[in-house]
Design a binder for this molecule. Sequence first.
Ligand code: HEC
Length: 176
Amino acid sequence: MSPIKKLLSLVLAVFALSVVVSGCSKEEAADEPQAETSPVAEAHAESEAMDDTMSPQDERHELMESVKDGAQVVGPMLQGKKDYDAAAAMQALETWREVGTKFGALFPDGSEGGEAAPAIWEDRDGFNAALTEWRDATNAAIAVNPQTLDDAKASIGPVFNTCKNCHDTYRIEEEE
Ligand code: HEC
């Protein structure tokens, strides 16, 4: 990639992540005082406690909540608002990887609604492609195992683009 293109894609990635992260932080601040444990670890425990009695709507909501918790850890680090913590970043990536393996199965016919856009059922191939992009980007970042902020920007930045890309078409934002 030329230096200009590289810079441009980085700027876009940082923009995308601020959209993704800020889009939901208000909500979090309002009704969920943060516990002292790492939000990612907590979300992880939560997702493992899930069982078959949950509706697909509840389950996908829970999973995206854990994805959000990870984004709220990693986002501020990439934006330079928090010190970079490689272990925390890898933990968030692992959560995303795990959610990525489960998420696609949680949109059966008849489960329309919530923040899931009708486009998911109208264009399942497109939705699956957006999911695959996210999974690929996440796995690629895990393979990098970024130890420095620069490496994290280059490898995790693109993951945020894939979040935004899917949301643009397949998620209805309930508040902005
Ligand atoms: C393949 C599509 C797709 C990808 C990729 C994706 N999301 Fe989502 N996201 C959704 C959908 C669909 C919903 C709505 C789910 C629902 O409520 O039924 C959602 C909901 C959310 C929400 C609202 C949580 C809630 O309360 O339901 C947040 C926050 C969120 N996503 C963050 C992220 C972040 C951060 C990433 C990337 C690290 C990401 N998403 C990747 C599709 C995606």
